[in-house]
Design a protein around this ligand. Sequence first.
Ligand code: UD1
Ligand code: CA
Length: 448
Amino acid sequence: MATALIILAAGQGTRMNSELPKVLHPIAGAPMLVHAMKSGEALEPSRIVVVAGVGAEAVTKAATDWNPMAQVVIQTEQLGTGHAVAQARTALAGFDGDAIVLYGDTPFIRPETLDAMLTARTDHAVVVLGFEAADPGRYGRLVTTGDVLERIVEFKDADAATRAISLCNSGVVCADAATLFDLIDAVTNDNASGEYYLTDIVQIARSRGLSPTVVRCDESETLGVNTRAQLAQAEALFQKTARAGALEDGVTLVAPGTVHFAHDTVVGRDAVIEPNVVFGPGVTIESGATIRSFSHLEGCHVSRGATVGPFARLRPGAELAEDVHIGNFVEIKNAVIDEGAKVNHLTYIGDATIGAKTNIGAGTITCNYDGVFKHRTTIGRGVFVGSNTMLVAPVTLGDHSMTATSTVVTEDVPDGALAISRTPQVTKAGLAVRLMDKLRAAKAAKGK
Ligand code: UD1
Ligand code: CA
């Protein structure tokens, strides 16, 4: 059966104390909203509707950048979660199937949990995701009789007996879309907050003879982010899970607590990640590669047997073939480096291609930017680039060519040729000593 996602992301997020809409605060390099979308996308929904409001433009961009099939609807006034879901009605016109409501500020619901909710739908018109809370705090409470969920009571509206219930509402709801919108039509704002609560659909369903139910999940999945402290907790939880996952997958993490993963980092079996490595989004590390300490990687691909760092920076578009060596204080951006090439010390390679087995000497720089345009540097295979070579792009070094130390390359170098642009050396006998004597005498004269 077809599935639609409705992701609520219109709220202000006042307690974040931020200019940025709450759902755009990143966890592991991706907006919280993207995490919520990702878990729902695992169900292969035929529709995705994001309800935006506060910061709608930025929220729309984040949602559609991540998944162009997302439809964004605007809730101009934040009148409550029920009102927010109602905004998705027109976008889902003609849709026949189950709708799952997710919250943009609840990033860690597992796809398996959503699957369990869809399964429970076979026998129940409305399925709510609940969890046993160690500290139920201000969560809505689930009132049940056996399997049947009778109603959800918001903390503000709950009496002492209801507040004593530890089974809480995660916010995730699943129902046939037509039924969901019918039930929402009957929701009023007659409550302590004066809001249209999505949670009221349970009681309304009961009054219509339907039998809503609860699917339970672990509390860690339902962690909702309302404050910076909870954002930090969410990040810590993500990292803990990612590190455990990497170890499980056969990756060596020498000091797991110091390695920082992004939401989409892929690391192959028998890769070694040394302490204090940070992965930004879009990184793939193949089996048996080694990432040495204090390296920062983002948007790059490191092949089998390659070594990166210590203290290396791989920026978006860095593509390293097998057995490539990238050493300390080297920055690589938008560059393809072929098999067995070495860039070992103090170098910037940007907008370039480097052929197999080429060696780039210490302090080499691709001068790729003229202040307005970016230009490419093409370096062939088996090239020896001398230390401190400046490659003024656009420029090409042919296969098996060389550059002498300190050369400023402004013209293409043919295959097998050597380029040298160094100023000839002049050596003056005894001058160093004479110069120093003169300076010291001047200093002594001043001191008197
Ligand atoms: C909600 C639930 C509560 C549950 C808790 C779990 C209701 C009435 N209450 O409370 O039972 O225990 O989540 O975290 O549903 N939003 C909109 N438009 C609005 C209001 C909210 O899009 O008009 C979005 C928010 O951006 C957020 C989500 O809905 O992503 C939840 O809203 P929030 O105000 O945080 O609800 P809670 O008070 O936490
Ligand atoms: Ca919340």
